[in-house]
Design a protein around this ligand. Structure first.
Ligand code: HEM
Length: 485
């Protein structure tokens, strides 16, 4: 509670005389325009909404801390990872992807896993999901892909034809589709799922030596998923089930925690690895690159105000700190633009000044003015560079690590097109019960598709991943079993 007394005021701080009866000419009205408290109340109410996120609109957030458990400074100079026992405050927002702000928590969808570390060198945002891979691997396909997950422009209904048409014509989606349709597609709670950075990132140490890195947050609560029928029932009875569970767990002191691990790939391996290590539809084998523990994340404080802290939180995959950089991943590269652009539109040009987004590190840039500038706006300090007056200067030691690129500027597909091995490996790893549920979920999801051509094309992909996988789906849909090629 921020109120220091109980006096109701206007937004300009003046005491309100009457908050129940508008000012009228005579007891029966009409209402007088001069009742500025009424005018302000109605006008502000009209402006209570900001645009919801175009994806990941429904979410829940929590504060916590990250504590380093293993010194990996031989790989990164990031100060917040520098020594064992070091703690950094952080904020996390979990979300579903396709649904609107009021949609149900217990739907089949990837879950967003967006972490903001408030480090002494600036905010580091790791904006991942609860899956290690993604449906597509080039940012240019993202708006089309998301259109298929959203509502039909005429009926305003979800559209299984579009969903499976796009996936069947974008076979790189097969791995993520298999994960999504498995038990993990509906987590029991937000506490019972892993998190992943998904993309490959670059770590750079104090000597300027780089490695490629992937992030894995392992839940200490264990992985638990929801039975589909129960999930459907809960979606109707309590659409905010996951939001409520997270809030209540933290409220009663049952703080959820995750262990952060990384996989590290020497830079030179990227040229010779058996697939493109920047392709976000693939996982790196843990036999080749084992998990190395880095630290522990604990969520121990609920937001005080949902809108201020969760709705206005802005996470960007481009918010890096020294020692952590982008990889050439074509999805990540597009995301480096998309998020900060969304924030300027959704929250405003000065979104980083809001308390939830404000770095604990001192901000010294030459940006000035703009809507809702709520800080000191640089005061009377120097506001341009270069200058002769002792203004803030750049730090050459924090330039990005240089690396070689070559080739012709062109729009080209990925050079490795194996969409099937990893999806098939996943299928073969599952127990018979898990396979049966996977098949049931896929058959259930594909049944409403009105065009056999789309279903048959998609069955072909499942078949190429694993013949049994494809056959069982074909049988479930009552369609011809593909013939081996
Ligand atoms: C949210 C774009 C791929 C995870 C968003 C938002 C946009 C966006 C515009 C809303 C941001 C906001 O309003 O604050 C894109 C584009 C992508 C892409 C263009 C591909 C080129 C991905 C991938 C992941 C991901 C691959 C995970 C690995 C998230 C998460 C959020 C989000 C977790 C919610 C962040 C929050 O809680 O505020 N995305 N996205 N996105 N995206 Fe993506």
């Amino acid at each position: 509670m921020s109120q220091s007394n109980n006096k109701l005021t206007t937004s300009w701080g003046a005491p309100v005389g009457d908050n129940q009866n508008s000012m009228t000419a005579g007891s029966r009205g009409p209402t007088l325009l001069q009742d500025v408290h009424l005018l302000e109340k109605l006008a502000h109410f009209n402006r209570e909404r900001v645009p919801e996120r175009v994806v990941h609109a429904k979410g829940a957030g929590a504060h916590g801390y990250f504590e380093v458990t293993q010194d990996l400074s031989q790989y990164t100079k990031a100060a917040f990872l520098a020594e064992v026992g070091k703690r950094t405050p952080m904020f996390i927002r979990f979300s579903t992807v396709a649904g609107e702000l009021g949609s149900s928590d217990t739907v089949r969808d990837p879950r967003g896993f967006a972490v903001k570390f408030y480090t002494e060198e600036g905010n580091y945002d790791l904006v991942g999901n609860n899956t290690p891979v993604f449906f597509i691997r080039d940012a240019i396909k993202f708006p089309d892909f998301i259109h298929t997950q959203k509502r039909h422009p005429q009926t305003h209904l979800k559209n299984p034809n579009a969903v499976w048409d796009f996936w069947s014509l974008s076979p790189e989606s097969l791995h993520q589709v298999t994960i999504l349709m498995s038990d993990r597609g509906i987590p029991a709670t937000l506490r019972h799922m892993h998190g992943f950075g998904s993309h490959t990132f670059k770590w750079v140490n104090a000597e300027g030596k780089a490695v490629w890195v992937k992030y894995h947050f392992k839940t200490e609560q264990g992985v638990r998923n929801l039975d589909v029928n129960l999930a459907a029932q809960i979606a109707g009875e309590n659409p905010d089930y996951h939001t409520e569970d997270l809030f209540n767990a933290i409220d009663k002191g049952d703080f959820p925690a995750w262990r952060l691990h990384v996989q590290i790939m020497p830079v030179e391996d990227a040229d010779t690895y058996r697939f493109d290590p920047f392709d976000v539809t693939k996982v790196w084998s843990q036999k080749d690159y084992p998990l190395i523990e880095v630290g522990r994340m604990v969520l121990d404080r609920n937001p005080e105000n949902y809108f201020a802290e969760v709705e206005q939180a802005t996470f960007s995959p481009g918010s890096f700190v020294p020692g952590i950089e982008a990889s050439p991943d074509k999805m990540l590269q597009g995301r480096l633009f998309a998020y900060a652009d969304a924030h300027r539109y959704r929250v405003g040009a000065n979104h980083n000044q809001l308390p939830i987004n404000r770095p604990i590190a001192e901000v010294n840039n030459n940006q000035r003015d703009g809507a809702m500038n709520s800080g000191s706006n640089g005061g009377s300090s120097v506001y341009y560079e270069p200058n002769s007056f002792g203004g803030a200067t750049e730090s050459p030691q924090h330039k990005s690590a240089p690396y070689n690129v070559s080739g012709q500027a062109d729009s080209v597909p990925y050079d490795h097109d194996d969409h099937y091995t990893q999806a098939g490996d996943l299928y073969r790893l599952l127990s018979e019960e898990e396979r049966a549920r996977l098949i049931r979920n896929i058959v259930g999801a594909m049944t409403p598709v009105e065009f056999d051509e789309i279903k048959i094309r998609q069955i072909g992909h499942f078949y190429k991943a694993d013949a049994e996988f494809g056959q069982r789906i074909a049988e479930g849909l009552g369609l011809p079993v593909p013939q081996a090629e």
